[in-house]
Design a protein around this ligand. Structure first.
Ligand SMILES: C[S@@+](CC[C@H](N)C(=O)[O-])C[C@H]1O[C@@H](n2cnc3c(N)ncnc32)[C@H](O)[C@@H]1O
Length: 321
């Protein structure tokens, strides 16, 4: 197996806000290469951890990184929304972490067309055993449907031009590789856009990946269910990498917090970020981070993936029946 290559983002903030002072169960909902999981297990010797991933290859890599903590963790090959909707553990989690998106391994070595620089099959499925591939979508969706997809999930302003170019190109032959798709996008957009801050195919690839893996629907479902099973006094944190994800997290956290306020309780002051006894005011949830935390300059320099990361944390203060 090749070397581990994923550097966990915002490690200091994750441990500071999420590692509990005592024992308990941590669910790493996106274990990936086990970077954050290793940090938790190293930091708190009394924690037990369950790591989830939809990608079986990632679980092999996580097992390798977490081997020194044998007996304190277990790994499950499952989509996180399915896991939390039928929560299988006997103990409630004290901590849940979602570090969304895909890992460096996916871009660099998975061979499934996540990177537009590679002449790889256009697949993009985290679990290649199920569902539609990116090539299926690109070659089968109608032009209008494709344009809407690129606009909504990629926030791509040239969505119509790109969709039209894809449809023209696939009349000659199906688009099979990531590189071929990137070329179609490149040649379809205005010259000024071709040499911008990001590669012109970045947003198209993002949109396809989100669609292929049902990322936004899964996130919504998983967050709702995970907040229900979270232990009282427990915390749930999400690191997101684009505005569509962050919007869902932000809205859902606010909604959960406000539900109890609507029930007639005054909002409490939740600026205190340390683990606390938040028993007052009757809220079920309290926002640990009012605004998302972001990586500092030094981390962004050494780990460019951290540049777009946003970290939000919520705490379950009490159970409400
Ligand atoms: C950014 S990586 C996590 C990296 C990890 N925190 C680390 O430090 O090594 C995200 C991982 O979540 C997995 N993933 C994404 N969406 C998922 C979902 N809906 N259910 C389960 N796993 C998912 C991906 O396969 C990937 O391995």
């Amino acid at each position: 197996m090749s070397e581990l290559i994923h550097v966990p983002v915002m490690p200091v903030q994750v441990i500071e806000l999420l590692a509990p002072p005592g024992p308990g169960l941590v669910i790493d909902a996106t274990v990936g290469e086990g970077g954050h999981s290793a940090l938790f297990l190293e930091h708190s010797p009394h924690l037990q951890l369950v790591g989830l991933d939809a990608d079986a290859v990632m679980l092999e890599r996580a097992a390798m990184r977490l081997a020194p903590f044998s007996g304190r963790f277990s790994l499950r090959h499952v989509w996180f929304d399915r896991y939390f909707s039928a929560y299988p553990e006997t103990e409630r989690p004290r901590v849940v972490l979602f570090d969304l998106g895909i890992s460096m391994f996916h871009y660099q070595q998975a061979g499934r067309g996540f990177s537009f620089r590679e002449q790889e099959q256009l697949d993009m499925r985290l679990d290649p055993e199920s569902g539609r591939s990116a090539a299926d979508i690109v070659n089968q969706y109608g032009e209008r449907e494709l344009a809407d997809l690129l606009f909504q999930l990629g926030e791509e302003r040239y969505s119509r031009r790109i969709a039209a170019a894809i449809v023209r190109r696939r009349r000659e032959a199906p688009i099979a590789s990531a590189h071929d798709l990137a070329e179609v996008v490149f040649t379809s957009v205005p010259v000024a856009y071709r040499h911008g801050r990001i590669h012109p195919a970045t947003r198209t690839f993002q949109a396809l990946r989100i669609e292929v893996n049902g990322e936004l629907q899964r996130l919504r479902r998983a967050l709702e269910a995970a907040l229900d099973v979270l232990d009282v006094g427990g915390r749930l944190g999400v690191i997101s990498f684009h505005s569509l994800e962050d919007r869902i997290v932000k809205q859902l956290f606010r909604e959960r917090k406000n539900r109890s306020i609507d029930a007639g309780h005054a909002p409490m002051n939740s600026s205190e970020m340390h683990w606390s006894e938040r028993k007052g005011n009757g809220e079920q949830f309290s926002l640990v981070t009012r605004r998302p935390l972001v990586a500092d300059d030094e981390e962004c320099r050494s780990n460019p993936a951290a540049r777009s990361a946003k970290f939000r944390v919520i705490e379950k203060v009490r159970e409400v029946s």
